[in-house]
Design a protein around this ligand. Structure first.
Ligand code: 3VV
Length: 226
């Protein structure tokens, strides 16, 4: 596969530089990421005393050092999913090995709808009691991009327009649905929304993706499962 370069010659990614990891290791890292997500929320919510906070900080630093004993400079990929798309295991949205990803579980449905299921915890709070709007924008951008990749032309986000209808609650199951509305040459237009329990739309988004002129690696993107 050829090197992928952005305008100006900056290398943005070479799939052959990535480690390709199997199901067993991906599942093990996903388990670790799940524990780190719990840790992250515990940090935000803890009420233990300051001596205990200092002791835990020391232990966490030691654990980080253990993981860094052998580390790569790029996140790993996993073997191809269906649709011939590479699974970006460390996506900040769908990547189950990435502790900052909720993660969103994605399904490509009949009729070109790409559906994501996820729950956000208190770590993602924006206005008190509700999800940060930048977090729903992140999720919507990814889902719109996946819709473009699976039903249109894969590309980079050129525009992303958000419309926040209602506050999005955290701690409850949320659904996001995205689909392509049209394609024009290198441009793919898509729309998406977030649904709270009961089916109320909380956020709507539209986006345009442009296939860049530099060569994209075959199958770059994420599949319907990570
Ligand atoms: C190793 C990875 C490789 C990439 C993998 C992609 C595959 C995806 C697969 C799976 C998806 C997974 C999910 C991902 C979801 C998350 C996506 C992100 O987070 S993307 C990061 C944020 N976005 C950027 O960083 C873009 C920065 N911008 C650019 O790089 C350029 O501006 C780009 C590529 C968008 C367009 O640049 P030009 O030089 O190729 O094209 P020009 O000639 O400027 O525009 C082409 C047409 O588009 C219009 N256009 C471009 N930008 C526009 C804009 N902002 N507003 C309106 N129109 C725009 C132009 O007017 C033109 O239209 P006319 O052909 O004349 O009709």
């Amino acid at each position: 596969m050829t090197e992928v370069e952005a305008a100006g010659g900056r290398t943005i990614g070479r799939l052959e530089d990535r480690r390709w990891i199997g199901e067993e290791r991906a599942a093990q890292l996903a388990e670790l990421a799940a524990r780190v997500r719990e840790l992250t929320e515990a940090v935000v919510l803890t009420e233990v005393d300051s001596a205990e906070i200092a002791a835990v900080a020391e232990q966490v630093a030691a654990l980080t050092a253990r993981l860094n004993a052998a580390r790569d400079q790029y996140p790993p990929m996993a073997a191809e999913g269906t649709n011939g798309m590479v699974r970006q295991l460390a996506s900040p949205v769908t990547g189950r090995i990435n502790p900052i990803a909720p993660p969103v579980t994605v399904t490509v449905c009949e009729g070109g709808v790409v559906r994501g299921e996820f729950t956000l915890n208190t770590v993602y709070e924006g206005p008190p009691g509700f999800v940060h709007g930048g977090v729903t924008a992140l999720v919507l951008d990814q889902m719109l991009g996946l819709a473009a990749a699976s039903g249109g032309v894969p590309g980079l986000t050129a525009t992303l327009d958000m419309c926040y209808r209602r506050p999005t609650p955290y701690g409850v199951p949320l659904t996001v649905e995205a689909r392509v509305t049209r394609t024009e040459g290198r441009k793919t237009f898509a729309e998406a929304h977030v649904l709270a329990p009961g089916g109320k739309v909380t956020v709507e988004a539209t986006a345009m993706f442009v296939r860049p002129l530099f060569q994209l690696p075959q199958g770059t993107g994420a599949s319907e499962r990570n």
